[in-house]
Ligand binder design. Structure first.
Ligand code: DGJ
Length: 568
């Protein structure tokens, strides 16, 4: 028996010394983040770049984050402050972050601002920057050196890795028991600028050499599920199995980007392996988007972008997630690009705005997302009525319920604005017409020229004819798919808008056949810690238009339990 216990202990501690505090796990089609043994959703925020660079700021900001209802904060770790003198390490800021996080009941995702931050090497220590002979720069095609460390330099990688590994060891030592740190981001928005690739001497040599055999093998093995961009690039030269980068993929800037992505990813993999061995938490990388028709080099080329996922997966197998930083229009398109069969959706950065709250509901409902985190969160409002604060409060409540249903195909996300006002969802025999709340006639902001705030939410099927509806600024009508309906314009009271029309319409009606669906009840509910619904109040009157629909007004976040029934 003793031997067995010892054996089990050895298995448990193998690799990283202890059981993991956080890890990823598959449930149905979803990848879940497991924290302290339970599935978790990150309702988070990322600190502005300079907001964790002194203890006073950290002490000032963390209490506010708690008031803002966050459960997780994303915090930069600056290489230049961790290793101000070569070989001398200072972890006092990390210690302060963890102290404050524990005090305010927050989990932490650390962002390693190492060799690259938004392409540049601005957070590399001064001793590194000055010694550019030892730590060479990337060069443009015209030979101009950039303030971007070269990914082709062993010295660069060694220095970055050494600091990262010292910091990781410190983290393992102080966080192992508490388990405050739930993920680590390696570097920040890696990518090459000005040109699609590095033209330094070492880079040129690498570019002329053969495409690594392991990449070709990966493409062959995964040919049927490759990203369309990858398939097209490889197919353009006849799916070659040998040759240099231009021979295999063609001579253009998109090939330059593939090449560069391979080398960035190989570099990141070295740090990821260090993390795995020292403190095994989920690891991710974040990407600046290739938006607004920009070409490689105009955006940070070769970062962990969706169209480069096959390269990143092959070269950096220890990276768990490729994550988009979303600052551009087209939110629903971007998130769809990053929720892939081989990539869960985690949004480490999104522009801070009043829409963040409804968008959070949308991604958890529609994309089984792991989390969301508006950037420079400390600049947001902590008023209890602020949309983000309301929404995060409700989402935290919903975590046990949403995670129970993740990956099972029973959740949908809603997101509406002035242009995209309606979505019809058909499940089993139920047709749900979901709309923006301002499509109803009784809010003057709908028609007085105001810009509609986004409305969004989650529709979760709990059982046949039983739903949970949560979010803000939405209205849903239920009917049987077989019902034949004549569109009518109804007034505020739910009766016909103008007298005399009804009579004419009724003459054209044919005889009704089949069942209808009615709303049995609508309850406002709370969700308990074990995922059960707790009654708050009944909403069967005006608040559901006397049983005609289910709605949650703009400016208010609610969780509703809806029971339908059939009649004829
Ligand atoms: C994206 C970067 O990842 C952040 O660190 C920050 O620079 C923001 N952009 C600023 O908008």
């Amino acid at each position: 028996m003793k031997r067995l216990i010892l054996f089990l202990l050895i298995i448990l501690v193998a690799g990283n010394g202890f059981a993991q505090n956080s890890r990823l796990q598959q449930q149905g089609l979803a990848t879940q983040l497991i924290v302290d043994g339970s599935p978790f959703l990150i309702v988070g925020g990322e600190l502005g770049n300079s907001s964790a660079a002194c203890v006073q700021d950290i002490e000032r900001i963390f209490p506010k984050l708690k008031r803002m209802e966050l459960n997780t904060v994303l915090v930069p770790v600056y290489w230049d402050l961790v290793e101000p003198i070569e070989g001398n390490f200072d972890f006092s800021l990390t210690d302060k972050v963890l102290e404050q996080a524990c005090k305010h009941d927050l989990k932490v995702v650390f962002l390693w601002f190492g060799a690259w931050k938004n392409s540049m090497s601005c957070y590399a220590p001064l001793w590194f920057k000055q010694n550019y002979k030892k730590y060479p720069r990337a060069h443009t095609k015209g030979g101009k050196p950039l303030e971007i460390a070269s990914a082709f330099s062993g010295n660069v990688c060694e220095a970055d890795s050494r600091a990262f590994s010292q910091w990781m060891k410190h983290l393992a030592a102080i966080d192992r028991e508490e388990g405050t740190v739930i993920m680590v981001q390696i570097e920040n928005e890696i990518g090459m600028l000005e040109n699609a690739r590095d033209y330094s001497k070492q880079a040129e040599e690498a570019f002329r050499s053969e495409v690594p055999a392991e990449l070709i093998a990966h493409l062959q093995k995964n040919k049927r599920s490759l990203h369309p961009h990858m398939l097209e690039k490889w197919g353009s030269r006849g799916y070659r199995k040998k040759g240099n980068w231009e021979e295999v993929f063609g001579a253009d800037i998109y090939t330059d980007e593939l090449f560069m992505a391979w080398h960035y990813a190989c570099y990141v993999e070295k740090l990821a392996q260090i993390a795995r061995q020292i403190y095994n938490v989920p690891l991710y990388v974040n990407a600046a988007m290739n938006s607004r028709s920009r070409k490689p080099g105009e955006y940070p080329s070769a970062g962990p972008l969706a169209h480069l996922i096959d390269i990143w997966h092959c070269a950096a197998p220890n990276i768990d997630i490729l994550s988009p930083d979303l600052y551009d229009d087209g939110f629903t398109d971007w998130v769809a690009q990053y929720h892939l069969h081989n990539n869960p959706l985690f949004i480490p950065e999104i522009r801070l705005s009043d829409n963040n709250g409804v968008r959070a509901f949308y991604i958890f409902g529609e994309h089984d997302a792991i989390g969301i985190s508006p950037f420079s969160i400390e600049n947001g409002s902590d008023a209890p009525s602020a949309p983000l604060v309301q929404s995060y409060g409700k989402l935290k409540e919903l975590i046990p319920l949403l995670t129970r249903y993740q990956g099972k195909g029973v959740m949908k996300g809603l997101l509406f604005d002035q242009k995209n006002r309606e979505r019809v969802i058909v499940q089993d025999n139920v047709k749900m017409t979901c709309r923006h709340y301002f499509t109803l006639p009784w809010d003057s902001r709908a028609t007085d020229g105001s810009v509609w705030p986004e409305g969004g939410g989650i529709v979760l099927k709990l059982a046949p004819e039983e739903y949970l509806v949560a979010g803000s600024g939405i209205v849903i009508e239920f009917e049987k798919v077989t019902e034949k309906n004549v569109a009518k314009t109804l007034g505020e009271d739910g009766f016909v808008q103008t007298g005399g029309v009804q009579q004419k319409e009724s003459e054209t009606f044919s005889r009704w056949t089949g069942k209808r669906i009615g709303i049995g009840f609508v309850n406002e509910v709370n969700v308990t810690g074990d995922g059960k619904l707790r009654y708050v109040r009944r909403l069967n009157g005006d608040q559901s238009h006397q049983g005609r629909h289910v709605r949650i007004p703009v400016g208010q976040f609610d969780i509703l339990h809806v029971k339908l029934y059939e009649y004829e």
